[in-house]
Design a protein around this ligand. Sequence first.
Ligand code: PLP
Length: 403
Amino acid sequence: MVKSSRFASRIGLSPIAALDEKVRALTLEGREIVNFGVGQPDFPTPEAIGEAGIEAIRNGMTRYTSPMGSFEMREAVAEKLRTENRLEYAASEILISSGSKQALHCILAAVLSPGEEVILPTPAWASYPAIIRLLGGEPCFVETRLEDRFKLTPEKLKKSLSPRVTGLLINSPCNPTGAVYSPEELRALAAVIKDAGLWVVADEIYERIVFGSSRHTSLPAVEPELRDKTAIVSGVSKSFSMTGWRIGYAAGPSEWIRTASSIQSHQAGSACSISQEAARYALVSSGDDAANMRAAFERRRDITLELLCGVEGLELLRPEGTFYAFPRVSSFLGPRDPGVCLSTDEDLAGWLLDEAAVATVPGTAFAAPGHLRISYAVSDDLLTKGLKSLRRALVKLGPVLQQ
Ligand code: PLP
């Protein structure tokens, strides 16, 4: 048998993809599962965006683009960054990739050397440690807790520094917690980042899905001095319900982007030309569809809070953005009579799948055991049905009695 490479053997299948497989198998057996594991909007791609893709095919835009992405798409991203994020980037400082996942991979490959460590506040999206490890780096996990509103503080950041740490990966709005950093919080972190000389990758893929008075802020917009050491990563997957089109981007210092684009030129070559044109249209169009989707996610966030708050033992913070809730469920874990033992969040998620026919992602997948991630990117009806079932099951189970 051929042995996996040293770096490849350090990662496994994404736990979310593994959950999807399981739900698909149960559905094939005829079970009706409400899937709260999904990481994508349930809406179709807005029609006009789809039409822009079809038009691109009709117009013969079906050839390789520059490895950096089409000039028109990079210009559209630059304009978007200027008007929405208060950031000035030239087209030469922007890379278009096959999804923000590939942008993250190329950017990290451009800056991270084997053996170096990257600070990763947890809970964190499962692909971050995998990408870092594939590149021979090491994630330096820094735990944030519900009591900190799941946000990295300057004190915690300072404590986690070491000579091996070269960079920080930060995600706001955050998958899985829904936390959104305020300008003040970013400014306080920026002071430590500057002193320590760290580079930063800021994943802003959920930037348009923020609720109430929360606003998305980009780190270099509050601390321009960090512009030369920061790459912003975002894309159209979540904001415009375009996950299957696979378009994301990175904006950063030109040398960094040039290196990332060389790497990309030897991988995918370039992102899909047709998808780039559809994504360009999404960025320059009115954005009404994106605004309607955002409003639907806010309504569903409220439904989730209403149905889950008050369940004894479940602790839930109000998500400020994304389409995820991340309750702490540790009080349900441990031995109980008669003979049932749900020791881990994975056991509890498995039990909920059997007992309540709902699929949730265990917090362990985000390096945050004792939690569950619930995606509310499902219709209002399914959301209500699934949450009522989940609530019934948890109330019946009850927290483990402390001895
Ligand atoms: N970053 C985060 C935090 C995500 O949750 C995801 C997708 O789930 C991505 C990046 C990747 O998105 P895409 O590659 O579709 O742009």
